[in-house]
Design a protein around this ligand. Structure first.
Ligand SMILES: CC(C)(COP(=O)(O)OP(=O)(O)OC[C@H]1O[C@@H](n2cnc3c(N)ncnc32)[C@H](O)[C@@H]1OP(=O)(O)O)[C@@H](O)C(=O)NCCC(=O)NCCS
Length: 155
């Protein structure tokens, strides 16, 4: 069973460790600390059988939301953790009356792109050379929250 809760200060080591093991370049510890403390951002932690399994960072400015990072620990993948986190982020976006949620994803990251598409995100375009280590284009994806057709959160 997957449970979600707001991440807290004492999750910082875990967030930092998981982020480092899954991303190149990883988020800095300071970025996680900022997201945990800042107004305008929400860090969600997913628990699988009581163990911390994944996280998602949602931030917003005015009515524009952004999924800044999402990650499931390798041993917990394909069990619905990423989906549960993304659904919760979309619900939070609706609660906050955001117009849309946007994100960037590496062009080669087919797993993440499939996850986002499953929940109604559409590709808006490409940011050439956006990522480093290795250099790669980003696909910009967005979900319009005002559009009832995009309410896939019950899937
Ligand atoms: C992308 C990621 C978050 C998915 O997390 P997850 O917990 O394994 O995802 P879920 O089990 O909830 O899968 C939900 C849907 O995503 C898609 N998906 C997830 N992993 C996939 C894979 N390896 N291949 C194809 N589709 C995949 C599927 O549509 C899946 O639905 P299904 O199981 O009904 O087919 C995870 O692979 C991850 O952490 N990757 C490394 C970090 C990363 O790339 N983050 C995104 C940065 S933009």
């Amino acid at each position: 069973m997957i449970e979600l809760r707001r991440a807290a200060e004492d999750d910082l080591d875990w967030l930092d460790g998981l982020g480092r093991s899954c991303f190149s370049p990883p988020w800095t510890r300071e970025s996680f600390a900022h997201a945990l403390s800042g107004a305008g951002s929400l860090v969600l932690a997913a628990l699988c059988g009581g163990e911390r399994a994944g996280y998602l960072v949602l931030s917003h400015v005015l009515d524009e939301g952004s999924v800044d990072s999402v990650c499931t620990g390798p041993e917990f993948r394909r069990r619905g953790v990423g989906a549960a986190l993304l659904r919760a982020a979309i619900e939070e976006g609706r609660r906050l009356s955001l117009a849309r949620i946007t994100l960037e994803v590496r062009k080669s990251n087919t797993a993440a792109i499939a996850l986002y598409e499953k929940y109604g995100f559409l590709s808006l375009g490409i940011r050439p050379g956006y990522y480093e280590r290795p250099r790669e284009d980003a696909v910009i994806m967005t979900l319009e929250l005002g559009d009832a057709e995009n309410d896939n959160t019950l899937c």
